[in-house]
Ligand binder design. Sequence first.
Ligand SMILES: [Fe+2]
Length: 258
Amino acid sequence: MNRNKGENIVNLFENKEKKRRVIDIHCHILPGIDDGSDSWETSMEMMRIAWADGITDMIATPHFKAGHHNASPSKVRELAAELQTRINAEGIDINIYTGNEIMYFSEAADMLDAGDILTMCDGNYVLVEFLPGDNFMRISSGIDDLRYMGFEPILAHVERYECMLRDIKNVQELARRDINMQVNAASLTGALGGKVKKSVIKMVDEGYIDFIGTDAHDTGKRSPRMSKCIKMLNRRYVSEDVKDMLYLNALDIIEDYK
Ligand SMILES: [Fe+2]
């Protein structure tokens, strides 16, 4: 993450809009294309929850997994545009953007290059995940592969990987190499248990985390809520750091979105 770039954006942003935004860079809000929302009704209810909870921008990131029946980029765009129309009609003022959450596989970079998988907001950032039990070498080399091909990977939900929870030095190593990392809002407030919460807080304390997302899948336990997490962050951290994680770093992703 380029902090200097973020500082420039802060000025631009504050001059332009004078309003804080809460940008959810990771959610499964589009209906019927992955294990997230199962219908338009669910997607709309999730949007109502997000709006009531203070979210202003969402990057829809349906799963993309090798060997699965994945929605095509054009389908993702079509659903995102329809969701935008539907929420506009209801007065929900959230901007929807497109992306994918890619389960890393060796052909991912080529497919991204060919436009068969979506980058975040059609820019250089890509949201990438691994299996919870994958070892550090696999995660590290997968990220390097995407970087080598010219992408800017964001490691999704760092707290879900056993190797990161077992040894925070692995997270430190990724941060040292300026790898972008995202954690789930609910993990910070204890949804995955006290032990995970403690580890995630430690990661944030050390300044390793760049983004917070909801990773929302439904209207229940995995709904798009950030406010509880934001309250906790505001109590614990200086406001500059909280702003970075909630929207300034994410503005870097969405600023070029057409
Ligand atoms: Fe996800």
